[in-house]
Write a protein that binds this ligand. Sequence first.
Ligand SMILES: Nc1ncnc2c1ncn2[C@@H]1O[C@H](COP(=O)(O)OP(=O)(O)O)[C@@H](O)[C@H]1O
Ligand SMILES: N[C@@H](CCC(=O)OP(=O)(O)O)C(=O)O
Length: 271
Amino acid sequence: MEDDNLHKKNKRVVVKVGTSTLTYENGNINLSRLEKLTREISDLTNRGYEIILVSSGAIGMGKAKLKLTEKPKTIMEKQAVAAVGQCELMALYSRLFGEYSHTVAQVLLTRDVIEDKHMRNNVSNTFKVLLSRGIIPIVNENDTVSIDEIENVCRFGDNDKLGAIVANVTNSDLLIILSDIDGLYDCDPRKNENAKLVEVVEEIDEKLEQSAGGAGSDAGTGGMKTKIEAAKLTMDSGINMIIANGSEEKSIDRILSGEKIGTLFIGRSEK
Ligand SMILES: Nc1ncnc2c1ncn2[C@@H]1O[C@H](COP(=O)(O)OP(=O)(O)O)[C@@H](O)[C@H]1O
Ligand SMILES: N[C@@H](CCC(=O)OP(=O)(O)O)C(=O)O
């Protein structure tokens, strides 16, 4: 059952923010949302929370920088555009967090970090030092080197699962996925106007998996499907996960204050 005191245990929190939250529908960067997000995370850090930001947006930023009218289609093009956009993304984060006197660090990961003991250890140590120094780690997938993943089973770009992996490696208490929608619905609300918000998920069954569709916009990658994959990982690791709307005011703050918004996936108790 949902625990009313759940929020009180949350100290180390991973926040994943998707491209659809960081950009306008026309592909341009949503500066006011980025400003609000960085201010909110800065303030939570000042209050003693340890926040790790998993941010998508490299391709989106690269697309804007290179003035492309369409999202790149081939893997090679996506990688090159992401390489351009990642610099832009970090420059912007560094400037915005800098306004509140916070230092950021860029952490680029591939998903195999949890499979190799040494890599996992290195990653975990880096996060430990960054967090102990009050630095805000900003994580994205290393889109240039993750070719194996692209060619094998994993699709290119799925930061939802990466968010869950980061939560696992850093032994975080909570993963918050900010999206362009209020949470998980019992069917895709873009296709069915009677769709109902699911408030709490304790078990992921076949019916729930089938209700999760793909991305809702050109900007997004993966849609609810990859968020459910992420939830499976966090639940198995005993970590709670919440999907909430990134366009709502102060979503993270409200969640950490105990307000019930979005969809909560409860981590199994045997951590
Ligand atoms: N069952 C569902 N509940 C909610 N959203 C769904 C569902 N199935 C598919 N979606 C789609 O998933 C989208 C969010 O994922 P995505 O487009 O990848 O955004 P992000 O960039 O935030 O990861 C929603 O806009 C919605 O259209
Ligand atoms: N590494 C890619 C991530 C792509 C991705 O997962 O996008 P999203 O569905 O917006 O979280 C990028 O930064 O563009």
